[in-house]
Design a protein around this ligand. Structure first.
Ligand code: CUA
Length: 357
C-alpha cells in the first residue's frame, strides 16, 4: 500500500506550492482588487500611469522569463549530472568561452531593451506643459499638503489642503514645491512619483480620465508622521470641477444665528488659539502655519487624510492632535493641560468648523 500512497504526497505539495504562488497573482487581477487595495498601481487611470505600468510589466515579464529559463536549466543540470556511484569521474574542464560570452551578451541585450523603453517613457511622462493645462501649486508640509489654484489670470489664489480637485479630460500640471524637507507626490492611479524639493519647482503632468476619488500618499520619508501624510485626489466632470472651484472662491459661510453654538464656535476659532496658525477667508484670521480652513466642512477627511471628517474625529483632533499624529505641529488643546479648552468649547469649535461648507 505504501508504494501507492507515497508518490501522491510530493505531488500534492507541488500543487499547493503552485497555488500559493499563483493565487496572489490571480487575486491582483480580480474585480475586487481596487476595493481591497484602493491605493493601487495596477489600475492606471491616466496615460502617464499606463506608460509606467507598461514599463513595470515589461521588466516583470522579462524577469519571470529569465527566472523560468534559469530554474529549468538548473533542474535539468541537477538531474543530468546527479550523483551515480557507478559513473566514472566527469571530464575536468576549466572555463568555456562560448558560455561566458553568451551569459554576458544575453543579459546586456535584455538591459538594452529595458533601457530603450525606459528612455522613451521618461520623455513621454515629462512633456512640455500643454497650453490648456490646469496649473496647481502643490506645497509639501510636515505632514500635510497645500494646494493652490491661481484664478482670475493669476490675480487671486484659492488655497485648500489635503484634497486636490481636478477636472477630467484636461491636462493637469502640478508645480511641486516644499518649504521644509523633501516630500514626494504620489497618487498611484494618476502616476508618479515626483519629489517636492526646496528651492526648486518640479512638474508632474497628467490627464485624469474618469471621475472618482483617488488615494494618495507622500512617498519620501519626511519625519515623524510621513506615513500619515495622505491625500485624496478628486476628479470631477468639468462642470463639477467649476462648481467646486466657485464654492472654494467664496469667503467662509457666516453662522445664521448669532446665538447658536456655531456662532460661539466661530468666536472661539477666529479670536482664539486657532487664529495663530490658520486662515479662514472672510474672517480676520491670517495664520499661515496650518491648512486653510475656509471650506473645511466639505473635506472628506481630516489630519491629512488619516480619518473621516466627522464630529467625533474632529473633536479628538482638536483635543489632542499629536495623539493622532505623532509630531503634529498642531498642539494639544484639550484634556489634562494648563489652560485647556473645555469639552463644551471643543464641541462649539467642531460645530463651527463643520459649518464651513
Ligand atoms: Cu511628506 Cu513623507
Amino acid at each position: 500500500m505504501k508504494s501507492v500512497t507515497a508518490p501522491a504526497e510530493p505531488r500534492r505539495g507541488l500543487g499547493a506550492l503552485a497555488a500559493g504562488l499563483l493565487l496572489p497573482l490571480l487575486a491582483a487581477c480580480g474585480d475586487d482588487h481596487l476595493t481591497r487595495y484602493p491605493q493601487t498601481t495596477y489600475a492606471p487611470r491616466t496615460e502617464m500611469a499606463e506608460i509606467q505600468m507598461g514599463l513595470f510589466n515589461l521588466t516583470l515579464y522579462l524577469g519571470v522569463a529569465v527566472g523560468l529559463v534559469t530554474f529549468a536549466l538548473l533542474g535539468w543540470i541537477m538531474w543530468k549530472f546527479r550523483y551515480r556511484p557507478e559513473a566514472p569521474e566527469p571530464r575536468q574542464i576549466h572555463g568555456n568561452t562560448t558560455l561566458e560570452v553568451a551569459w554576458t551578451l544575453f543579459p546586456a541585450l535584455i538591459v538594452a531593451v529595458i533601457a530603450v523603453f525606459t528612455v522613451k517613457a521618461i520623455f513621454a511622462t515629462q512633456p512640455e506643459p500643454p497650453a490648456n493645462a490646469l496649473n496647481v501649486r502643490v506645497i509639501g508640509k510636515q505632514w500635510w499638503w497645500e494646494f493652490q489654484y491661481p484664478v482670475n489670470g493669476g490675480q487671486d489664489t484659492i488655497i485648500t489642503a489635503n484634497e486636490i480637485h481636478v477636472p477630467v479630460g484636461q491636462p493637469v500640471q502640478l508645480l511641486l514645491e516644499s518649504d521644509n524637507v523633501l516630500h514626494s507626490f504620489w497618487v498611484p492611479q494618476m502616476g508618479g512619483k515626483r519629489d517636492l524639493i526646496t528651492n526648486r519647482v518640479n512638474r508632474l503632468i497628467f490627464t485624469p480620465r474618469e471621475p472618482g476619488v483617488y488615494l494618495g500618499q507622500c512617498a519620501e520619508f519626511c519625519g515623524d508622521s510621513h506615513a500619515l501624510m495622505k491625500m485624496r485626489l478628486v476628479a470631477h466632470t468639468p462642470q463639477g470641477f467649476q462648481d467646486w472651484l466657485n464654492n472654494e472662491a467664496r469667503p467662509a459661510v457666516e453662522p445664521l444665528d448669532s446665538t447658536s453654538s456655531v456662532a460661539v464656535g466661530k468666536k472661539l476659532v477666529t479670536q482664539g488659539v486657532c487664529a495663530g496658525c490658520h486662515v479662514i477667508n472672510g474672517t480676520p484670521m491670517v495664520g499661515r502655519q496650518g491648512p486653510n480652513l475656509t471650506h473645511f466642512g466639505r473635506r472628506r477627511t481630516l489630519a491629512a487624510g488619516i480619518v473621516e471628517n466627522n464630529a467625533e474625529n474632529l473633536a479628538a483632533w482638536v483635543r489632542n492632535a499629536p495623539a493622532m499624529k505623532p509630531g503634529s505641529k498642531m498642539p494639544q488643546l484639550g484634556g489634562d493641560i494648563p489652560n485647556a479648552l473645555t469639552e463644551d468649547q471643543i464641541q462649539y469649535i467642531v460645530a463651527y468648523l463643520q459649518s464651513l461648507q
